[in-house]
Ligand binder design. Structure first.
Ligand code: SF4
Length: 378
């Protein structure tokens, strides 16, 4: 059976963080109950089309999935198990915001079969949390990490952000040291990017955000790699580090350009060469699923060049890069004929490597990943 990633989007948040451009909406308990019933309907809708697939990973993301009660989370995962073929060692992740989970809730969530937790720490510095408009305190981070382990989560990931307004290199290093002291199995460390339609964007336009200079941002990224590698974490993707064997299987499927089904408001899917996306607004999503069983708002079939470009774009994010043999097998093209000139130019610049029929970013290329990847999309 063909493996498939399953993503379930829970769009509610207590407060919109200043930098957030995810599909998140104010907490609405009444609507959330209907939302849960709607996801169950949507799960049923797609089940018959996916009888030949095995769900290799399940990811509850948001938003803040832990705003749903453990009973509701269990109900949704129960439906996944009922309607779909679940792989034997299926990775089942839930994202959690430190201010939204109590010990009992974590224990219940774990008992429903969730085996991985990804905690949105972002920073161990009280001033930085305030600036980011996170709803949790440093204290709550420590408590939540402790509780997650007590509840039996043997696979624990932390999200951190660097290049924050006013952040110094030393403050970022201190964040990394605090994260390491918690002995997580996995760390995602992303540089802050200011996206349109966020309140940070407006502040930046008014000159009110003092971003670290680019060379400091680069130093922060270099320090991330150095400190986490020295502590035994393997950088397996540009922004993701793990202890051996704790790579995120769900995200690896994205970077392999594998198939996935996304359910819930605004969720995206990639199935049978077609990308499609649900409508963003929870109320509209609910109405669409109630009327038609699904809430797809846009769909796109990728042509060959586009599909190949995306496979390279995603694959180069992994430090081990892409297998040229697998690429040629998948698309039935000669890699050399299609990308030979681009590859030669990037090799000359020292930005990629070619070893044992794999193409990967070089040590320098990692820092210029976006511009390297763009060359393959032209
Ligand atoms: S908790 Fe996450 S999804 Fe919710 S507003 Fe903050 S950044 Fe966005």
């Amino acid at each position: 059976m063909n493996p498939l990633g399953l993503y379930l989007h829970i769009p509610y948040c207590v407060h919109k963080c200043g930098y957030c451009d995810f599909n998140s909406h104010p907490e609405n308990r009444e609507e959330a109950e209907i939302y849960v019933a709607t996801i169950l309907s949507e799960l049923r809708h797609y089940a018959s089309q996916l009888a030949d697939k095995t769900i290799a990973t399940v990811f509850f993301g948001g938003g803040t999935p832990t705003l749903l009660s453990p009973a509701n989370l269990g109900k949704i995962f129960g439906a996944v198990k009922n309607y779909y073929n679940l792989g034997e060692d299926c990775e089942v992740t839930i994202e959690a915001n430190p201010a939204t989970v109590k010990q009992e809730a974590l224990e219940q969530i774990r008992s429903h079969g969730f085996n991985r937790i990804s905690i949105g720490v972002q920073s161990f510095d009280a001033d930085e949390l305030k600036l980011l408009e996170r709803i949790h305190s440093v204290e709550e981070i420590h408590t939540t990490l402790h509780r997650a382990r007590l509840a039996g989560f043997g696979n624990l990931s932390l999200d951190l952000m660097f290049a924050l307004p006013g952040q110094s290199l030393e403050k970022w290093r201190a964040n990394l040291r605090q994260a390491l002291a918690k002995k997580p199995d996995h760390i995602s460390a992303y540089g802050l990017t200011i996206e349109p339609a966020t309140s940070f964007f407006k502040l930046q336009r008014r000159g009110l955000l003092r971003m670290p200079p680019e060379e400091i941002q680069l130093e922060m990224f270099r320090a991330t790699i150095k400190i986490l590698s020295a502590a035994g974490y393997n950088q397996y993707e540009i922004s993701n580090f793990s202890r051996p064997g704790f790579e995120s299987k769900h995200n690896l499927n994205y970077w392999n350009n594998g198939e996935y089904l996304g359910l819930g408001a605004g969720a995206s899917s990639y199935l049978n060469g077609r990308r499609f996306k649900n409508t963003n607004l929870p109320s509209r999503y609910i109405r669409a699923v109630q009327a038609e069983g699904a809430a797809v708002e846009s769909t796109e079939r990728l042509d060959l060049l586009h599909a190949m470009g995306e496979t390279i774009m995603l694959g180069l994010r992994r430090l081990k890069g892409i297998s040229i043999a697998e690429f040629e097998n998948r698309f039935q093209v000669s890699f050399e004929k299609t990308y030979g000139k681009v590859v030669d130019a990037l090799l000359d610049e020292g930005l990629i490597t070619l070893n044992q029929n794999r193409m990967a970013l070089s040590r320098e290329g990692i820092f210029l990943a976006d511009s390297v990847i763009l060359k393959f999309m032209a």
